[in-house]
Design a protein around this ligand. Structure first.
Ligand SMILES: [Zn+2]
Length: 322
């Protein structure tokens, strides 16, 4: 469908304060030509008063939210829409407490789970790989002591950072991965996962990047301090994890936080909040349901130990000689 989204809080409220208004929006987004029965493919079903679709051919009932993030939700859709509107309106995102307050719901746990579910919609399934010149590096997040490259460090997580260099235009899109370690297996898989074959990858002289030229990439090696784009993104990411989440991120959830950051960062220039909202709703319809029982309780203070001394994007203790 043509990108149709609210521009103001008034427009938002007019369109999404009723369950029917939300269903209509999802319906137009997913089936611009009208709902089709998922079993027999017949069109033109009738709508029950609970907002379900009853197929006049085969008789099954289906819902517009089946197989999406909103699958079997017991909460009204207007509340979900309000959550998405709030999340996309905050430049730096929101935490569960903030969302709980805005939605005025009793349960912190629900707010926490919704944030987690929506975070999974922040990666577009099958999204494009980066191209052109891509700067790549890794950085540690969490923990108090600096980590040694390639060896890992207790309480820390390694994050791969890839940034498109758009020359005069500055930073293009980014990708962030939670990496197991800084070995060449791990880093080669990272680069293959985020960059198109034939792209030019710029890294420092870490041995873990030695296989890039053999795997179909152009490879430029530069002194670490010249990799300004990745260092800038690393610093912003750490500040964001500290500021929005007070560093309370579990290692097993880190990937989803990285996805949220990527979603926001890559849309930092889309001035319209409505557009961001539209993308989030659209992607929430595309990803598989996330059953609540698969989400493991609110976060433990894994990254709590992060302090400002770790905000320097350039780790000064990198050991390149292991
Ligand atoms: Zn049917």
């Amino acid at each position: 469908m043509e990108e149709n989204y609210p521009r103001t809080w008034m427009e938002f409220e007019n369109q999404f304060s009723s369950q029917a208004g939300c269903i209509d929006y999802l319906l137009k987004m997913q089936w611009p030509k009208g709902f089709v029965c998922p079993r027999c493919g017949a069109g033109d079903p009738w709508r029950t008063n609970r907002g379900l679709f009853h197929c006049s051919q085969c008789g099954i009932q289906s819902s517009v939210t089946a197989g999406t993030i909103f699958h079997r939700t017991r909460k009204p859709l207007p509340l979900w829409f309000r959550a998405m509107w709030h999340i996309t309106g905050q430049k730096f995102g929101t935490n569960a407490l903030g969302l709980q307050r805005v939605l005025n719901i009793g349960s912190y746990r629900t707010a926490w789970q919704w944030l987690h579910k929506l975070r999974r919609a922040m990666v577009r399934p099958g999204r494009d790989r980066l191209g052109g010149v891509v700067e790549v590096d890794e950085t540690y997040v969490g923990g108090k002591k600096p980590g040694k490259r390639g060896r890992g460090a207790a309480g820390k997580a390694l994050v791969g950072i890839a940034v498109e260099d758009k020359g005069e235009e500055g930073i293009g899109r980014i990708r962030l991965w939670h990496l197991e370690n800084a070995s060449s297996d791990s880093l080669t898989a990272f680069v293959q996962g985020i960059a198109q074959a034939g792209s030019t990858i710029r890294t420092d002289d870490w041995l873990g990047y030695n296989l890039l030229a053999e795997t179909g990439f152009g490879h430029i090696v530069q002194p670490s301090h010249e990799l300004k784009l990745v260092h800038r993104v690393a610093a912003l990411l750490k500040r964001w994890l500290l500021g929005t989440y007070q560093g309370a991120v579990r290692p097993s959830h880190l990937t989803y936080y990285l996805d949220e950051y990527t979603f926001r960062f890559n849309r930092r220039t889309s001035l319209s909040r409505g557009k961001l909202f539209y993308r989030l709703v659209q992607q929430a319809m595309m990803v598989d349901p996330v059953p609540s029982h698969t989400l493991k309780g609110p976060a433990l203070p894994f990254l709590q130990g992060m302090d400002n001394t770790n905000l320097d994007p350039i780790d000064d203790d990198r050991n390149h000689n292991i």
